[in-house]
Design a protein around this ligand. Sequence first.
Ligand code: F0G
Length: 352
Amino acid sequence: MSLGILNTYSEFLPLSEKTPRISLGEGGTPLVQSERLAKSLGIPNLFFKLEGCNPTGSFKDRGMVMAVANAIENDSRQLICASTGNTSAAAAAYGAHCGIPTVVLVPKGNVATGKVAQAIAYGAKILSINGNFDKALELAQILAVDLKMTLVNSINPYRIEGQKTASFEICERLGSAPDYLCIPVGNAGNITAYWRGFKEWKDAEFISSTPKMFGFQAEGAAPIVLGHPVKEPQTIASAIKIGNPASWTTALEACAESNGLIDSVSDEEILSAYKSLARMEGIFCEPASAASVAGMIKAKRNNLINPDASIVCVLTGTGLKDPDLASQIADRPLQEVEATTEALSIALQSIN
Ligand code: F0G
């Protein structure tokens, strides 16, 4: 049974006696050792952190439980966020769990089907705006102040606090910190959170070293790599289609302090990693998540990763969030067959 991150890591979180210890069972996600991909790449110590196993199917639950608990402690009446989909799903779920109305602003036409379905199911007020994520976040910040709502995007510091717990889990499972941590970068809250987590775990003397932080943006949405905001970000990985990340500075700090890097990967590289994870490992993640593996493969190719090192790739969300994409790129689509053994035998002749 998962106690949730507020109970498990209470000493490392900003909790008071008044903070409600709410939980939907977030945290405690699997760290799976790679089999076939590791062999094919010649890096035996490769692991995947399956954040899609959180209650709403992404890492956002770790930050959201902390942010919503704090909102309740401060008698908040309403939550608001801008989102490419996962934040809104998490906010809507924890809002519903605690009986707090939730408003989400999403960029029209740019949110995966499963994520919209979640926000609808949890009963959030969904406002689809004619603009991208960066615009939605700008508006959400203004509305939060004007209408006295709690903003639960990762500029809310409690979000980062909750999300850092994933680093603790990785170190507990491995018995040390990995040598490299590969992670997708969108608004850059998560890379900030992981780095803080590793540093705190080292300060507490549970580990003696920290990993190099390798963050990856999509090529068409790579403001940090380019060194300037991108006005109209483009990528198939809609979750990280962000042109002006809120946690830009702290992402650069994580990179510099850890001797890491922030690079970009193309949509082709992302899709290739997405397919390899599903077909070679049995892990179905969303395209944005596959950016961590695409980036790791690129870094390995460029000799930036020592093959004997331990590497953790964070798979931030489940592939079920974006079922349309999986069908669109299927090499082997559904085949209709007559309900007879003869027809089935013929169909099975070409099973491979
Ligand atoms: N992976 C997934 C699946 C995401 O949903 C996000 C961000 C990221 C990676 C990047 O994390 O923003 O902390 O750098 N999704 C946000 C949202 C923007 O609205 O759900 P980040």
